[in-house]
Design a protein around this ligand. Structure first.
Ligand code: ARG
Length: 459
């Protein structure tokens, strides 16, 4: 196929170089955005008297038939086309003749690609936001069912203090609300239309860029035509936000993997989200969570690819920028796939409350509460902390726990100890008495559940 720009050249492009240069095999993903952008551009050209209304109608109708045929699969992408923009334009000219050649007045492919990727990322990111909301809903299902499920909370992966399972997983919900905020914030900054930059310096035609911007749902136009075609900050911002989503999913995955091990056995994943082993008949593996954890690295890699592609580029467009698409498409696909299995995996997992409770009984996780008991009776916290440390050491040497140490032994450490201490350090009391805002106590957990429900409705 002859290139649109062949006029200036005496020879055709080498076959290997042609394939190397072509981006149709990945930018074909943006065909809807490319065609929509072209339709609005044609409408603007007619409105401004740059092309006739009849020509515009023919162009828009022609583009619509291309869109329909691509949607239905009747029309296939030409693998020899240079990119999606060239493909659509040459297909249009093939269908409606010379009128199709008027479409590219007062615009450049550099504007088109900058427009298409913005439109594409806007659509895909909104889809990702919906998927994160589904995950929030799945977390809510488990949180509501486990408001009184006591488990050990950890620091350094050592049993630390009693918490509820609801409180633990609501921590992840908070992270995912921030992810949605971050994505929306990046979308806000990206939502300016570059079409009409005309490669880099603007045009001599009396275009109406604001009209096109409004028609395509943008908040305005890019104010500097050089920036309009050179800016890929939004790709970096979105990739960074996608990476953060993956980091959160990966941390959550790590806990899911630990909790489903025989050593913890805090949860059992549903059969539909686990796999077996080819040799060990007893195995039930948390592959989905492991894959999510594993795929996090590729999204980080996509972010670094983008940053690196941009770092040495002079203004304005350079072909290096064609490298923006494969990495961001890969990141989007990865994030979407991960969210699609992760949410139902969380919603369907079986929480083994008894195992959580017995683990909570074994790690002296009520030691802070025992120190608080003495403090509330007047002892300075540091002194109480020291005494409780000695009591814990004594319990360990005797093979008992705080709840089973006799009161006489307690009294050898301090006269302030009384029978009421046993109630004060029961796991239920420890959780109930965490009344501080944001803590694991019931009122705080209820408030978090309400916050997440409202967040889902509002976003
Ligand atoms: N395929 C190109 C890309 O993805 C489109 C823009 C090409 N512009 C140009 N002047 N070669 O970046």
């Amino acid at each position: 196929m002859e290139k649109m720009w062949a006029g200036r050249f005496a020879k055709a492009l080498d076959k290997e170089a042609d394939d190397f240069n072509s981006s149709i095999h990945f930018d074909c993903k943006m065909y809807k955005q490319d065609i929509t952008g072209s339709m609005k551009h044609a409408a603007m050209l007619a409105m401004q008297g740059i092309i006739s209304q009849d020509d515009c109608d023919e162009i828009v109708d022609g583009l619509q038939t291309i869109l329909d045929d691509l949607n239905s699969g009747k029309l296939q992408f030409d693998p020899d086309a240079e990119d999606i923009h060239m493909f659509v334009e040459s297909e249009l000219t093939a269908r409606i003749g010379d009128v199709g050649k008027r479409l590219h007045t007062a615009r450049s492919r550099n504007d088109q690609v900058a427009l298409d990727i913005r439109l594409y990322l806007r659509d895909e990111t909104n889809e990702i936001i919906e998927l994160i909301k589904n995950l929030l809903s799945a977390i809510l299902v488990q949180a509501k069912a486990n408001k009184s499920t006591i488990m050990p909370g950890y620091t350094h992966l050592q049993r630390a203090q009693p918490i509820t399972f609801a409180h633990q997983i609501l921590a992840y919900a908070m992270m995912f609300t921030r992810d949605i905020d971050r994505l929306k914030d990046a979308l806000k900054r990206m939502n300016y239309c570059p079409l009409g930059s005309c490669a880099l310096s603007g045009t001599t035609y009396n275009t109406d860029r604001d009209f096109v911007a409004e028609q395509l749902g943008f908040d305005g136009i890019t104010l500097n035509s050089i920036d309009g075609v050179s800016d890929r900050d939004f790709c970096v911002e979105l990739l960074s936000a996608y990476s953060t989503v993956m980091m959160h999913l990966s941390r959550f995955s790590e806990e899911i993997i630990l909790w489903s091990s025989w050593e913890f056995k805090f949860i059992e994943l549903d059969d539909s989200y686990t796999t077996g082993s080819s040799i060990m008949p007893q195995k039930k593996n948390p592959d989905m969570a492991e894959l999510v954890r594993g795929k996090t690295g590729r999204v980080y890699g996509d972010l670094v690819t983008m940053l690196t592609a941009l770092k040495g580029l002079p203004l304005a467009y350079n072909k290096d920028m064609q490298e923006d698409k494969e990495c961001i498409f890969d990141a989007i696909e990865t994030v979407k796939k991960c969210l699609k299995v992760f949410a139902p995996m969380i919603e369907t997992m079986n929480v083994l409350a008894d195992n959580m409770y017995s683990a909570a009984q074994k790690g002296f996780i009520n030691a802070t509460d025992l120190a608080d008991y003495l403090t509330k009776k007047g002892m300075p916290f540091r002194s109480a902390y020291k005494i409780v440390g000695q009591i814990v050491a004594e319990c360990i040497s005797k093979g008992i726990v705080l709840d089973t140490m006799p009161i006489e032994d307690y009294r050898k450490h301090s006269e302030l100890f009384d029978e009421d201490l046993y109630n004060e350090i029961s796991l239920e009391t420890c959780v109930e008495k965490r009344i501080s805002a944001g803590g694991t106590g019931k009122a705080s957990v209820e408030k978090q559940i309400e916050y997440i429900s409202e967040f889902i409705d509002k976003n």
